[in-house]
Design a protein around this ligand. Structure first.
Ligand SMILES: [Zn+2]
Length: 147
């Protein structure tokens, strides 16, 4: 019996020592902060899904109205512009929704907070203002300069 106790003690000590202190795998984001970011992303994804569902409904209605007034060219042009603006907004929402979903996937994969390009940890401040950010500031600037 005393032998078992003697065996357990060093095992427990080594478990404590093996706790990751600064592993290169995951960025050092404190769990409560990570949790808050996850909630922000989930809320944003839900809000965007609602917006996109509403925008699709409105676009369908807009097209019906356009059919009724097809003879009025001025109105039709205004309507076309309105629909184009709505489409652009919808596209932006759709793009953001994809980014948010990708960020949630990275959270599930334990890769969240790592730059997609250079794989260094993204500054926590940046993640807190933009939870869906997939690149560090430097790589984001480079990516935007390419466009
Ligand atoms: Zn980077």
């Amino acid at each position: 019996m005393s032998d078992m106790t003697a065996d357990l003690t060093p095992a427990l000590e080594s478990t404590d020592d093996a706790l990751p202190s600064g592993s290169a795998e995951a960025p050092a984001i404190p769990p409560p902060v990570l949790d808050a970011l996850r909630k922000q992303l989930l809320n944003r994804a839900a809000a965007l899904r609602l917006e996109l569902a509403g925008a699709q409904g409105q676009a369908a209605l807009g097209r019906d109205e356009e059919m009724d007034r097809v003879g009025d060219r001025k109105d039709a042009a205004a309507e076309a512009v309105r629909l184009t603006v709505a489409d652009a907004e919808m596209q932006r929402d759709l793009d953001e929704w994809h980014e948010v979903e990708a960020a949630l996937q990275r959270l599930r994969d334990h890769r969240y907070g790592l730059c997609a390009d250079c794989e260094t940890a993204i500054a926590l401040q940046r993640l807190q203002s933009q939870p869906a950010a997939s690149r560090c500031t430097a790589c984001q600037q480079q990516a935007e300069a390419r466009h």
